[in-house]
Design a protein around this ligand. Structure first.
Ligand code: NAD
Length: 433
């Protein structure tokens, strides 16, 4: 197993507190190493792609509503620009670390390359628990963070989007702060914005739509009829909630759902719209009358056809992987499965559809939003949905065919396709100076 020291990790807070098994940067670099070896590239190429091109850490002082001052740390990591501007989400979570942001930025590079979206990868994070702060406080944090990273972002440089703990309102504040500094409205600086501010129809649900497009294809590939299939979904936020909804609409019986507070289960199938209304009122799935309580750990090990992890990294690891019974795992979250768990699941015959393919719907429609904003010309919802479906299904087929031809799992095939596209861009551009 790769150790923290081998991986060259530098964040002391993280290395002190988090077990190696759930370390996303170790996992991301192990996946890159496999792809580089498969492609026959040398160590120089690995070194170039294992490290971000540019990263910045900023202090964000906040004046709280009661007048007290608090200080937060924020990061923006731009992993690669060889195929276009950097692109990636902004995360607000108390668990954010620089190394986590580096891993997420690297995965964004591969995702954009795999889906042939003309971007490199980036990611941002602020180490804050947004649930503990008022909307006015979050607005001040967002505006100060945006102002600090403003020289690095822009429609041609780096385009943030929502991720864990942020939403369309966050993107509206970022766009406004950036625009004020430039003296004119720059709609293309963020994606995932409200529709009234240049957001794209279909962006809110795009990641989940994409997850379900590939989930249905993967079930079909395994000879599982969707109308007889069962599913468990970890996470009931922007990705998990709509994934559960669209799976249910496709006839899949969603028998278990969780969030960070707990999990609920119903063998006959959870009434997803009723659960959505309940969560809108209470803020959690816990206590939903239409289902029984279960533990979050048990949800991952439920006897289902399909498991959709749609929460955080490293939740499927070498310790629980032998107990996972799902026949298909479709990664709504980024980095939910460690390389050690991948090996266990592969040996057990479980099909794992990797994050860089499965959850790419979000960045695809973010790309559509950027194209629309830059042209100030808006597409219909049907146009967006049709183009999204075509791209997701084509990518699924391409990765599947490549995996079969190489005799490797989907993740290795997908990462190799992506790394090859990025490396080719590097080779063709040449090394400056
Ligand atoms: P979100 O903040 O909207 O929702 C996160 C959900 O996960 C919440 O329901 C939260 O309670 C739950 N959660 C957190 N920790 C958990 C745990 N240990 N067990 C169970 N549930 C837990 O975030 P999101 O935008 O839905 O993002 C979820 C994942 O999907 C992240 O990995 C993110 O990077 C990835 N992703 C998001 C998008 C997007 O468009 N939002 C696109 C691609 C990938």
């Amino acid at each position: 197993m790769t150790t923290l020291t081998d991986a060259g990790l530098t964040d002391p807070a993280l290395t002190a507190s988090v077990p190696v098994v759930s370390h996303p940067l170790v996992d991301a670099r192990a996946q890159l190493r496999e792809a580089v070896d498969l492609l026959g590239y040398d160590d120089g190429v690995y070194a170039m792609l294992a490290s971000p091109r540019r990263e910045v850490t900023v202090s964000i002082p906040l004046r709280r509503d009661d007048g007290a001052i608090e200080l937060f740390v924020g990061h923006r990591v731009q992993h690669n620009f060889s195929r276009g501007p950097a692109k990636g989400g902004l995360r607000y979570s108390p668990d954010v670390t620089l190394d986590e942001v580096r891993a997420l930025a690297m995965w964004m590079t591969w995702k954009c390359a795999l889906l042939d979206v003309p971007y490199g990868g980036a990611k941002g994070g602020v180490c804050i628990d947004p649930r503990q702060y008022s909307a006015a406080e979050l607005e001040r944090v967002t505006r100060r963070y945006t102002s600090e990273i403003s020289p690095l972002i822009g429609p041609e440089r780096d385009i943030p989007a929502p991720d864990i703990g942020t939403d369309e309102q966050t993107m509206a504040w970022m766009m406004d702060t950036f625009s004020v500094s430039r003296g004119h409205t720059v709609l293309g600086v963020t994606t995932g914005k409200p529709i009234s501010l240049g957001g794209s129809l279909g962006r809110t649900t795009a990641t989940s739509r994409g997850v379900v497009h590939v989930a249905l294809a993967a079930l079909h590939d395994r000879g599982i009829d969707a109308s007889r299939a069962t599913a468990a979904v970890q996470g009931f936020g922007k990705v998990g909630r709509y994934a559960a909804r669209f799976l249910a609409e496709a006839g899949v019986r969603v028998v278990a759902v969780s969030d960070q507070y707990g999990a609920v289960t119903n063998d006959r199938g959870i009434d997803v719209p009723a659960l959505e209304s309940y969560v809108d009122t209470t803020g959690s799935v816990v206590g939903f009358a239409g289902a029984a309580e279960m533990s979050g750990a048990a949800l991952l090990e439920a006897d289902v056809d399909l498991l959709v992890p749609a929460a955080v990294e490293g939740v499927i690891h070498e310790e629980n992987a032998p107990r996972i019974r799902a026949r298909v795992i479709v990664e709504g979250a980024n980095g939910p499965t460690t390389p050690e768990a991948d090996a266990v699941l592969e040996a057990a015959g479980c099909l794992v559809v990797p994050d860089i393919l499965a959850n790419a719907g979000g960045v695809i429609v973010s790309y559509f939003e950027w194209v629309q904003a830059n042209q100030a010309y808006w597409w219909s919802a049907d146009e967006v949905e049709a183009r999204l479906a075509t791209r997701m299904r084509d990518a699924w087929t391409r990765v599947n065919v490549h995996a079969a031809s190489l005799g490797v799992p989907l993740r290795r095939a997908a990462t190799a396709l992506a790394v090859e596209a990025v490396a080719q861009a590097h080779f063709q551009r040449g090394l400056y100076p």
